[in-house]
Write a protein of this length. Structure first.
Length: 213
């Protein structure tokens, strides 16, 4: 005799299992779609800094001691005036988000240029907010006045000996997220009245995600 009750219970159990599997697959797909959407939004807000182009406009850069420089596109200011050192670099944001400069670190070219980012504890905080609009250019600047400061010694030697200076910039999006370190090189070219400093970029590190390369 057919046990319709057992058959009914088995069918109900099978249906429940199928429904559970379908629900699990749907939730998993939705989570994957949400992660993809979040990633796309994040990429859309990421600033990425590069040297500006030689044909880009010049910028007037002022320091709080009233020193000022005319910074040309694609170039770097590296100047000793009296006992003070003035550094500035023209940069372009090739990303889609506003870039906010947070800090900097300089070092000599002969130091180990590791594939790993420099420790954040080494970075000097910017004393003023510097913004780089998406698809546009702005500048980074720093002033060094303490001759006992290690950054001062490194920068002064590079300037006086006309040697390449490595500049690490730490920056974020306008909410302080998506922190990035970009390593630039400022290298001297020309002689006499034609002396100037140009810049190049060698590496980016995206700090706020695993394997940020």
């Amino acid at each position: 005799m057919t046990d319709w009750s057992a058959i009914s219970n088995g069918a109900t159990g099978a249906g429940t299992l199928v429904l559970a599997l379908a629900t699990f697959a749907s939730v998993r797909s939705a989570n994957r779609s949400a992660r993809i959407a979040e990633r796309s939004l994040s990429v859309g807000m990421r600033p990425v800094l590069f040297p500006s182009r030689m044909e880009d406009r010049a910028e007037k850069v002022f320091w709080n001691d009233e020193h000022h420089e005319r910074l040309l596109g694609g170039q770097v200011v590296a100047r000793v005036v009296g006992k003070n050192i003035y550094l500035a670099m023209s940069v372009r944001n090739v990303g889609n988000g506003i870039g906010v400069l947070q800090g900097w670190h300089v070092e000599a070219r002969d130091q180990n240029l590791s594939a790993e980012p420099r420790d954040l504890a080494l970075f000097r905080e910017q004393t003023r907010d510097l913004y780089v609009p998406p698809g546009d250019l702005s500048f980074w600047q720093a002033g060094l006045r303490d001759s006992d400061d290690e950054h001062y010694k490194i920068a002064r030697k590079a300037i006086e000996d006309r040697e390449t200076l490595i500049i690490h910039l730490l920056y974020s999006d306008h909410e302080g997220g998506q922190r990035t370190i970009t390593r630039f090189a400022a290298f001297p070219v020309g002689e006499g009245d034609q002396e100037k400093w140009l810049s190049s970029v060698s590496k980016h590190w995206f700090l706020d995600r695993p394997n940020g390369r």
